[in-house]
Write a protein that binds this ligand. Structure first.
Ligand code: NAP
Ligand code: SF4
Length: 671
């Protein structure tokens, strides 16, 4: 029997029987608008189907121009669209899977000038302001949904999903926060739901009785004045008789100021909301958000809290997630660490989505690890993520690989990151690589500081020696109460009660979170997380959210930066606001435009706006960037020996795990 019997069991939705309960949830890939995007999308989805995913839901496609997410964004309105999509549906069907197309009207989240919404209320996350739809526009938009559904069937899709969550148009109609109409489409809870019902009815009629109709429903808006859970359940009960075959749950609008998918969100943190829907629905309910392991999925399904699970990012991280789960190889899954760095941050920057831990995602046709014809020997120096990616990728191609790591454990920067509260997921990447090193027979030498002599007999040498913390040339930097972030995070230096952090980049923020943490991390306790962010399951509370709470801090921390720009300006697009909010909740003081004069026994003397002052501190922590560790590479240069340089050793200025793993994989693919 499978280790995950519920996850691996078949289920019937509408007229389709799926072999297991892993659905690829909708996620925009950025390929929808790319010149060769549909060929690449076909390869992307087909690889996930071959990996065991039973049903794919595409990224959102607009039913008309106004509903496109961006200027020129993907729509399904013409025969040319049908032709492009057929590449995708054919590939998925040839691979033995099912696929439905999500119909998404962006409403006030569309980032083009002709955006429309129920009322002319600008979204706080959009620089464009919408126009209120006329009654005629509402009618024609409903018709457009039906037309697009017909075209989707023509393109070979097995059905469609109506996007009714995350704060897009349909969700906006349902919510008193964004629908202030007083005609037949607003004014009361019943009238606000009318648009969602009319669209669903139209789509079902266009699809006929047999094709699959999924509705993505917002079970918790998490915005002030949003729909209450009680209203959502009423909506669900009205949708079902219109011919909806399954509900996929959506959590939180994009403008919500509550983290919903970041790595600091506990796994399955919002399952109570899905369960509330499941308790009133008679059709299958699909759970979403922070379900990234088969264990979590199995727990949800076996407890009867949902019927299926929708994973999006975890299937970017590992296209074989479902197959590995079915075969009982859960420990071989490359786990999504919810960093958003290569997926959502790319999408919001107008780039193609990929994955930090799996750089092949979205590049299936380009980055291919083919078996080697000549089994050459490869030395990889450095057991951080760049080195491990290179070693495992090269070994998977059939090379004889030896990995040298100077410390007594692998992991490099991830070994430190995983100690940050809210970044516990980073341990999964180390677990995954350790398993792959073993499986591919890589010889791992720990505590081994490789020398040029050690590397003499290898055909290929890959240098991934990483970085060391930058120690700025400041008076007093050698004092005993000064430590690098690495010393603090590794427990080699114990910080006092008053701490000054120099440097407000990603690592400055991480170190501040580490030092202010009191008690267990909320990322490991869903109830504490929800309470802390003011999330409530009370079915009468609008938007299911109140005020976030202050967090008791273990230390008084001040974070300094020399630049006058906002602290944390360079943090991730989709996660930076969470780190900044967390600093505020923990009472961390940030000062920018600071000149460091001298570190002294009492703290640090600085000049701010021309005025000298002493910031008292028991400990001064240096988070002032990194420098490449490159001695070995220089020694090889001196001997005239060739090597491949990757990761932080190549470029410390933009130390970045995404680049490190990508370079490790690419160098191995090119050997
Ligand atoms: P970083 O983002 O470059 O920040 C380094 C900080 O040190 C800056 O605040 C810089 O600002 C200061 N600094 C640089 N040289 C200095 C010097 N000689 N003397 C004094 N201060 C100096 O680097 P990081 O924080 O070490 O992070 C490394 C990489 O990991 C970055 O790419 C970062 O984005 C990524 N990361 C991201 C996250 C996240 O998104 N949550 C978390 C961890 C790491 P001033 O010069 O203005 O003082
Ligand atoms: Fe998950 Fe990060 Fe990969 Fe996105 S980039 S799929 S969040 S691991």
């Amino acid at each position: 029997m499978s280790a995950y019997p519920h996850l691996s069991s078949p289920v019937t939705i509408g007229n389709i029987t799926l072999p297991n309960r892993t659905v690829m949830g909708s996620m925009h890939l950025g390929l929808e608008e790319h010149p060769q995007g549909f060929e690449r999308m076909a390869a992307f989805y087909a690889e996930r189907v071959r990996g065991g995913t039973s049903l794919i839901v595409t990224g959102g496609i607009g039913p008309n121009e106004a509903g496109a997410l961006t200027q020129g964004g993907a729509t399904m309105t013409s025969e040319q669209d049908v032709e492009k999509h057929r590449l995708v549906t054919d590939a998925v069907h040839e691979a033995g899977g099912h696929i439905i197309m999500q119909l998404l009207h962006g409403g006030r989240y569309s980032t083009h000038p002709d955006l429309v919404a129920p009322s002319a209320l600008q979204a706080p996350i959009n620089c464009f302001s919408p126009r209120a739809m006329t009654a005629e526009e509402i009618e024609s938009t409903i018709v457009a949904f039906g037309e697009a559904a017909k075209l989707a069937l023509e393109a070979g899709y097995d059905g469609v999903e109506v996007m009714g969550s995350e704060g897009y148009l349909i969700n906006e109609f349902c919510s008193p926060a964004t629908n202030q109409r007083d005609d037949e489409w607003g004014g009361t809870s019943e009238k606000r739901r009318a648009f969602a019902l009319a669209v669903t009815e139209q789509v079902r009629s266009a699809l006929g009785p047999d094709a699959l109709l999924s509705y993505r429903i917002s079970v918790a808006d998490l915005v002030p004045h949003g729909m209450s859970v009680g209203e959502t359940l009423e909506l669900a009960q009205q949708l079902e008789p219109l011919g909806v075959d399954m509900f996929v749950t959506g959590i939180g609008w994009h403008e919500a100021r509550v983290p919903t998918i970041a790595t600091s969100v506990p796994r399955a943190a919002f399952i109570d909301f899905t369960e509330a829907l499941h308790s009133v629905a008679t059709i299958p309910v699909v759970a979403t958000n922070r379900i990234n392991t088969p264990e979590v999925a199995e727990e949800i399904l076996s407890a009867g809290r949902a019927d299926l699970v929708a994973l999006a990012r975890p299937l970017l991280a590992d296209p074989e997630f479902a197959g590995k789960a079915t075969r009982g190889e859960g420990d071989r899954i490359n786990t999504c660490i919810a960093c958003n760095q290569a997926c959502l941050d790319h999408i919001f920057a107008g780039k193609v989505a990929s994955c930090l831990v799996n750089p092949r995602a979205g590049r299936e046709t380009e980055l291919v690890l083919l078996p080697t014809r000549t089994k050459r020997s490869v030395a990889v120096v450095g057991g951080g993520v760049a080195g491990m990616a290179a070693a495992t990728s090269a070994a998977s191609r059939g090379f004889a690989v030896t990995l040298f790591e100077a410390r007594d454990s692998v992991g490099g920067q991830f070994d430190m990151a995983m100690r940050i509260p809210g970044k516990e997921e980073f341990t999964e990447t180390i677990r995954y690589f350790l398993g792959e090193l073993d499986r591919h027979g890589v010889t791992v030498k720990l505590g081994a500081q490789a020398t040029t002599n050690d590397l003499e007999n290898f055909d290929e040498v890959i240098i991934a020696t990483g970085v060391s913390p930058r120690i700025p040339a400041l008076p007093g930097v050698d004092l005993p109460h000064v430590a690098s972030y690495a010393q603090v995070l590794r427990g080699e230096h114990t910080a006092g009660e008053r701490v000054v952090i120099l440097g407000a980049g990603g690592i400055g923020f991480d170190t501040a979170e580490f030092l202010t943490q009191k008690g267990p991390s909320h990322a490991l306790d869903a109830a504490a997380f929800r309470e802390s962010w003011g999330i409530t399951e009370d079915p009468t509370v609008p938007g299911a959210v109140g005020k976030p709470q202050a967090v008791e801090s273990a230390r008084a921390v001040t974070m300094l930066q020399r630049k006058a720009t906002k602290a944390g300006a360079g943090l991730g697009l989709t996660t930076g606001w969470i780190h900044r909010a967390e600093m505020q909740r923990r009472g961390v003081r940030t000062m920018v435009g600071v000149q460091y004069d001298e570190i002294v026994a009492e703290g640090i003397r600085v000049t701010v706006e021309g005025e000298q002052q002493l910031i008292e501190a028991d400990t001064v922590v240096l988070c002032t960037g990194q420098e490449s560790v490159i001695t070995l590479a220089h020694e090889l240069d001196a001997l005239g020996r060739s090597y491949h340089l990757i990761g932080g050793a190549k470029l410390a200025g933009e130390l970045d795990a995404k680049r490190a793993i990508r370079e490790g994989t690419e160098v191995a693919a090119a050997l």
